[in-house]
Design a protein around this ligand. Sequence first.
Ligand code: SAM
Length: 282
Amino acid sequence: MVLLMNVSELISGANAWGLSISEKQAEQFSLYGDLLLSWNRKFNLTRITEPSAVCRQHFLDSIAPMLFVDFSDRSLIDIGTGAGFPGIPLKIMNPSLKLTLLDALDKRCLFLREVAARLRFNEGDEKDEACGGCSAGSVKILHGRAEDFAASKEEKSSKRGKLKASPHLPEREIPGEPGNALRGSFDFAVSRAVAKLNILCEYAVPFLKIGGQFIAYKLDNRKVELDDAAYAMLLLGASCADNRIYTLPDVAPARALCFIKKDSATSEKYPRRAGIPEKKPL
Ligand code: SAM
């Protein structure tokens, strides 16, 4: 493949925010951009195909929480990551981040595995042969629905029966098997362009440790979404800690980040069965 996508707009945008991008990080973004645009010809990954727009609307937008949060050495799950946004740009910028990417579409997970391998995220990590190495180390890629991966073991075994294992998952991460290693285990959850905030809270909050934060990427209508999600947060043991507006160069409208903090353990009732949070939001 002829390299590389020009990422100068990302570099200048990040610099304007006080974030610096090393040569290695610039190369990783360029390669990621190349992979995104070449795979996009076969798979439907993104509607944004112009390199400068990819830089601003995917890469720069994804790293915006770095204006407010330090991700070093923290664990983070990106729910409905699609082609890897915002998780992969956050990982490029924070190499020590323990990243889990989750999406319901297997084709997107195939792309993400290629990106993780080509960007050498898991180099030096222990390989997990059970899944061809895809899910070991500091980047894990999970195919399935958030509701299934976040469900508590008790709730799952009593009501949901046995779930089918994905061939890409090592045994210990099959939802419904003893000891759900994912629930209550992340410092951060993030999600962009997946659902309304009240639905997202039901997907995300069960994954968090107490004190962890769910960062939802939203547009400037955040106040309405925050009001609509107030009851969901109460039921899930969470509350809104903050919300911030930011702008991307030459992109309207303004964007917003909602910071939802997990205050107490989430009832085992949540999340409800796959599809219910969307059909009947809390
Ligand atoms: N976050 C990416 C971005 O900002 O470009 C992708 C957004 S795309 C519009 C929404 C993604 O969420 C899709 O890839 C879809 O498969 C995934 N998704 C929707 N509901 C989901 C769920 N309940 N669990 C896991 N993934 C889900």
